[in-house]
Design a protein around this ligand. Structure first.
Ligand code: IPM
Ligand code: MG
Length: 351
């Protein structure tokens, strides 16, 4: 029995999570492993109920689980009011910190069927296959914060240990892929970036088969859309990784298909990269593929790679047969629930 904490969160979160649960159900039958789900509140919905974006009960259940499946977080009523002290996003940040989820993995690849959807030219994006490894519990996000009427500051700090552990994750993945890491930083200006370079350089000496390159963040932001094929694993700090992973999502054609994993010493959280998409809430139009592919990342993490492959194959088949929501198929779009049904039935019937 595998225990999953399910945190649907806000906006379209509950709808897309519902589809991923259908997919877990069909994989569970095929690989003959039982999953137990415990639903918990997080984000704006938890603020409404408890005035706390991460209630203690949610954190407790997460800690007792084997993995966490996360939907989306955020609500527009918080976005344009800088005075609010309690915000939905704090729930996710606290969860990352409390569970020590220091490495965020964001794979970006281009699917043949979707090449025409990207505003980028086909010859630039075809065959792109990169993995962004973003440090997730340090840097500007978690440094000391100060604010009064005329002054604010966010401190960017990194320790050698924080850099080392996420670098090991990047190296492990590079070895399973094309043996290339690009460290993205701003070492011509920032002390923290220079510490990153020094630390990553030292570690890389022990792994001569992995080629290490460096790129400044401003240049990387340009290279990602100019020549994305050059990248295999991108290793970077928290804020830079946040920014370039949204940028890189343009390569895939829709942010609705990109999944992510946040892992630490003993826990993994799996979530789509997209946000809560409030305009689409309860309309059954949101793309569930990112959430479904997050389940496949979760199964890989749980050493159930055969189940993960079933999901990937089924998703590819849905793309080939154009059983997709309007962000991908605006001519004859399927509903969120139809895509989930198709993918879970495909798994049942083809394995
Ligand atoms: C992400 C999101 C979060 C982040 C927000 C919701 C706090 O943008 O996961 O990329 O900035 O890390
Ligand atoms: Mg982001």
């Amino acid at each position: 029995m595998i225990k999953i904490a399910v945190l649907p969160g806000d906006g379209i979160g509950p709808e897309i999570i519902n589809e991923s649960l259908k997919v877990i159900e069909s994989v569970s039958e095929k690989i003959d492993i039982k999953f137990e789900h415990t639903f918990c509140d997080v984000g704006a919905i938890a603020i409404d109920k408890y005035n706390n974006p991460l209630p203690d009960e949610t954190l407790k259940i997460c800690k007792e689980s084997d993995a966490i499946l996360f939907g989306a977080i955020g609500h527009p009523r918080f976005d344009n009011n800088p005075k609010l002290k309690v915000r939905p996003e704090q729930g996710l940040l606290k969860l990352r910190k409390e569970l020590g989820l220091y490495a965020n993995l964001r794979p970006v690849k281009s699917y043949k069927e979707l090449l025409s959807l990207s505003p980028l030219k086909k010859n630039i994006i075809e065959d792109v296959d990169m993995l962004i490894v973003r440090e997730l519990t340090g840097g500007l996000y978690f440094g000391e914060k100060k604010s009064d009427n005329n002054f604010s500051s966010d401190l960017c700090t990194y320790t050698v240990k924080e850099i080392e552990r996420v670098t090991s994750v990047a190296i492990d993945f590079a070895k399973k892929r094309r043996n290339k890491i690009t460290l993205v930083d701003k070492a011509n200006v920032l002390e923290t970036s220079r510490l990153w370079r020094k630390t990553v350089q030292e570690i890389s000496l022990k792994h001569p088969e992995v080629q290490l390159n460096y790129m400044f963040i401003d240049n990387a932001a340009m290279q990602i859309i100019l020549n994305p094929k050059q990248f295999d694993v991108i290793l970077t700090e928290n804020l830079f990784g946040d920014i370039i992973s949204d940028e890189a999502s343009v390569i895939g054609g829709s942010i609705g298909i990109l999944s992510s994993a946040s892992i630490g010493e003993s826990m993994g959280l799996f979530e789509p990269i997209h946000g809560s998409f409030p305009q689409a809430t309860n309309k059954n139009i949101a793309n569930p593929v990112a959430a479904i592919l997050s389940v496949s990342m979760m199964l890989n993490y749980l050493n159930l790679g055969n189940g993960a492959k079933m999901i990937e194959k089924a998703v590819e088949n849905s793309l080939i047969n154009k059983v997709s929501t309007a962000d991908i198929n605006d001519i004859s779009p399927s509903k969120t629930s139809e895509v989930g049904d198709y993918i879970s039935n495909f798994i049942r019937e083809n394995n």
